[in-house]
Design a protein around this ligand. Structure first.
Ligand code: G3P
Ligand code: CA
Length: 269
């Protein structure tokens, strides 16, 4: 399959399937990635954390009970933190049944499995380093894995990969270790803080409710470390009217659980 890049028009925002097409398949699984690909979306977002034995896995919460059957399989292991179970233990969990019976047996992917599926699907990744304070060194470990999988070659760096975090320290570390990687800070810095952010990141990925037209224009006025204007992506936007409002503000990307809804809403632009 060869999904398009995800942009709705030359000037419209790029549409990013949040945790995969997570309105239609269990979040952060290969099934959610495949669903996005089948719907024609080239960009997906995910969350990366680390197991007890040091493997990188794709999961949003710091604990496993919401999106897997961990309580049933390991009743004595409360509070079921990702960092307290081994990769082999996590690989046994069912990460699909909570979403629906049609997804029984879907697993928590390792980052390596996830990257390989994206390559197979010709998709692009907005990778979130989640809870980095729990996982010392996760930035360099993630970059090493991406490198091994071919995701730090010039073509990928130019068009196919963005690394983001709510932690400015984590974003700074990624930028310091591999300056060629495009990064995004998850948050909405004050305008007076933007010069400092522009030294370490290429974009501001903001809660949709905190954005305004003047703010987006102010961000665009700064150039990031790759000498291009800072971009603004908005999350998590699942309604057509919100997608249109953010497009009118000038948002460069919209992160959504329902990429089809957003694409339809902004196609007119
Ligand atoms: O990509 C933005 C968004 O994923 C940030 O919030 O909690 O869904 O990781 P969260
Ligand atoms: Ca995320």
């Amino acid at each position: 399959p060869t999904p398009p890049a995800g942009a709705v028009s030359a000037d419209g925002p790029v549409v990013i399937a949040h945790r995969g097409a997570s309105a239609y398949a269990p979040e952060n699984t290969l099934a959610a990635v495949d669903k996005a690909a089948a719907m024609g979306f080239g960009w997906v977002e995910n969350d990366v954390q680390r197991t007890k034995d040091g493997r990188l896995v794709v999961i949003h919460d710091g604990t496993l009970e919401r999106t897997t059957d961990v309580k049933r399989l390991f009743p004595g292991r409360a509070p079921w933190r990702v960092k307290d179970l081994t990769a082999r233990e996590i690989a046994r969990l069912d990460a699909g049944s909570w979403y629906g019976p049609g997804y029984a047996g879907v697993r928590v992917p390792t980052l390596r499995q996830y990257m390989r599926r994206l390559s197979h699907n010709h998709q692009n990744l907005l990778l979130e380093i989640k809870n980095p304070e729990l996982y010392p060194g996760i930035e360099s470990q993630t970059l090493r894995l991406l490198d091994r999988e071919g995701w730090l070659d010039p073509g990928h760096l130019r068009n196919r990969l963005i690394v983001q975090s709510f932690s400015a320290d984590s974003v700074r570390t990624v930028h310091r270790l591999r300056p060629g990687v495009r990064t995004a800070y998850l948050g909405t810095p004050r305008i007076t803080e933007l010069p400092a952010y522009a030294r370490l990141t290429d974009q501001i990925n903001s809660d949709r409710g905190k954005l305004s037209g003047p703010y987006v224009s102010a961000v665009h006025a700064f150039k990031g470390p790759h000498a291009k204007p800072l971009k603004v992506f908005a999350w998590t936007v699942n309604r057509a009217d919100e997608a249109r409002r953010l497009t009118e503000m000038g948002a460069d990307g919209i992160i959504t659980n329902a990429p089809d809804v957003v694409r339809k809403a902004v196609t007119a632009y």
